[in-house]
Design a protein around this ligand. Structure first.
Ligand SMILES: Cc1cc2nc3c(=O)[nH]c(=O)nc-3n(C[C@H](O)[C@H](O)[C@H](O)COP(=O)(O)OP(=O)(O)OC[C@H]3O[C@@H](n4cnc5c(N)ncnc54)[C@H](O)[C@@H]3O)c2cc1C
Length: 479
């Protein structure tokens, strides 16, 4: 069932056992899993069926520290959430992303990738993905990795008819959960703001915020502030350890012998380090996006090289005459370590129309991030030289220790952390089942639970975690 307003929903006698906030990939996946097991679910969705400026304005906020996207543009507040404009690049985090690393403080998850594997079949059905392929080493240090460029499932469209016809799911649009109320052991209700006014409190047995990787922290911070700490009793880590994937062009490569790997339809291939190489260099995970250049681009690269690296230009020009096939740009996305000071907090001066404090996001890429980028591209270059794949030129700004360019991709719109998973209540917010520490009926869906970020796009892992959480809740509620 789909309702356009909370009033329409209230006029029914539908009694939800589970209240999910948000109809993006996380919320929709959990709701479908529960409905398939006969459990009644309400999805409270703040936005409308279509994009509106009025709804989007509730997402406005401020970022402090390194440059970041406008917070109204890095996500969508509408049915289907940010799946309305995601690019559909898919990969599950690497097995070693879940493992604690001695050189990265606060790394490690309380679950392993194998805990998500049983849900990969469902994830492929949901996201319309082919089989996942194993990594292919091109050396001991560097592996080709599969990053699937999918058709970018729009959850609001793909599951619209199924939800509309469901007797177990009520999706209620234009219904903003401003805060949860709680007594330090259980959530007691969800406070609703709808049609421009306070619309009372909705009660259910279990509550699952799936409002996105920025908004989950905001909702829980404000819930705690208005419930005297009764929603997240151990709140030391709440809003903290926020992460993104910075993305910049790290260099170029003149190719001598193309690596024997798969290129996708856009003529791109992706490479990552082995865990042994990461440990040896003391760096995080990274992904090199190898974008093959057409011949014109290669000629421009040689002309450019002639000014900055004449001997490399000479070598390259010779290759052009001989066996060189092509060149490629090297864009790098990398892992930021979980750092408590990269955090979401509530503004003390700016509020949205419902009176909820707006977000202040503080993030810095930090020294470790820069080291990962520089050492990572060097390692990739050394591998390419050793394997006679080609010669890498590291971007001038990076080699010379200059500031990050301001005219590039910047980051991935990947909002991770804030309600991270862990066992230590001082350093995490949810446990291995995504349940908030100390609370009996409050769970969290989405990339805010990521304990570390790895290097790949998050939504495939979000969907796997959501399928697992739905399964866990269904089991818990039916035994
Ligand atoms: C331009 C762009 C490109 C991207 N490309 C990729 C990609 O290629 N691959 C990838 O893996 N990821 C990509 N992403 C990220 C991806 O979109 C997100 O990871 C994913 O949408 C997160 O799903 P979610 O369900 O956790 O949150 P969201 O999709 O953000 O959904 C949250 C939902 O909650 C609703 N909501 C918010 N607050 C409340 C509230 N208080 N009460 C009720 N409802 C609320 C929102 O309206 C929304 O519908 C991209 C993102 C952007 C912006």
């Amino acid at each position: 069932m789909i309702f356009n307003s909370y009033d329409d929903f209230k006029a029914t006698d539908f009694k939800p056992r589970v209240a999910i906030m948000g109809s993006g990939p996380a919320g929709t996946t959990i709701a479908r899993e529960l409905a398939a097991r006969g459990i009644s679910v309400v999805i409270l969705e703040a936005g409308a069926a279509d994009y509106t400026e009025v709804s989007q304005d509730f997402y406005a906020g401020k970022s402090i520290g390194d440059p970041y996207f406008d917070l109204t543009q890095t996500r969508l507040r509408m049915m289907g959430g940010s799946s309305n404009h995601w690019a559909g690049w898919c990969r599950v985090l690497d097995a070693h992303d879940f493992v604690a690393k001695s050189w990265i403080p606060d790394s490690g998850w309380p679950i392993a990738r194998t805990d998500l594997e049983p849900y990969f079949g469902k994830v492929r059905d949901i996201l319309d993905l082919p089989e996942f392929k194993p990594d292919k080493p091109i050396s001991d240090d560097i592996h080709w990795v599969q990053l699937i460029k999918s058709g970018a499932v729009n959850f609001g469209e793909k599951f619209h008819d199924e939800i509309a016809a469901s007797s177990h799911i009520a999706l209620v649009l234009n219904t903003y959960v401003t805060a949860l109320t709680g007594d330090g052991k259980r959530v007691t209700g969800a406070r609703i703001w709808s049609a421009g006014k306070d619309a009372g409190t909705l009660e259910a047995e279990t509550y699952v915020p799936c409002t996105g990787g920025l908004e989950n922290s905001r909702l829980l911070l404000w819930s705690n502030a208005t419930s005297n700490g009764g929603v997240v009793p151990h709140a030391e880590a709440l809003g903290r350890y926020w992460m993104e994937h910075p993305q910049f062009k790290g260099g170029d490569i003149v190719i001598t012998n193309e690596p024997d790997v798969e290129y996708d339809v856009a003529d791109e291939a992706f490479f990552s380090p082995s865990p042994q190489a990461m440990e040896r260099l003391g760096i995080g995970n990274f992904g090199v996006r190898f974008i093959r250049m057409p011949y014109d681009g290669v000629k421009r690269l040689v002309a450019d090289l002639a000014c900055t690296a004449p001997s490399l230009a000479e070598w390259t020009a010779k290759q052009l005459d001989q066996r060189m096939r092509c060149a490629a740009q090297l864009h790098v996305a990398w892992e930021l370590p979980p750092v408590a000071s990269n955090a979401i907090s509530l503004s003390t001066s700016a509020r949205d129309h419902a009176g909820v404090p707006r977000i202040e996001l503080t993030w810095h890429k930090g020294e470790f991030g820069r080291k990962t980028l520089l050492e990572g591209i060097r390692l990739f270059g050394e591998t390419c030289a050793a394997e006679d794949i080609g010669r890498v030129r590291i971007a001038d700004w990076l080699r010379n220790g200059e500031d990050f360019p301001t005219d590039q991709e910047l980051a991935g719109h990947h909002h991770m952390g804030g309600t991270r998973m862990g066992t230590d209540v001082a350093r995490s917010v949810v446990d291995a089942n995504c349940k908030v520490h100390g609370m009996d009926n409050l769970y969290v869906g989405g990339s805010s639970v990521f304990a570390t970020s790895g290097q790949c796009n998050p939504t495939t892992t979000i969907t796997a975690l959501a399928a697992r959480l739905g399964d866990h809740l269904a089991h818990r509620m039916t035994v």
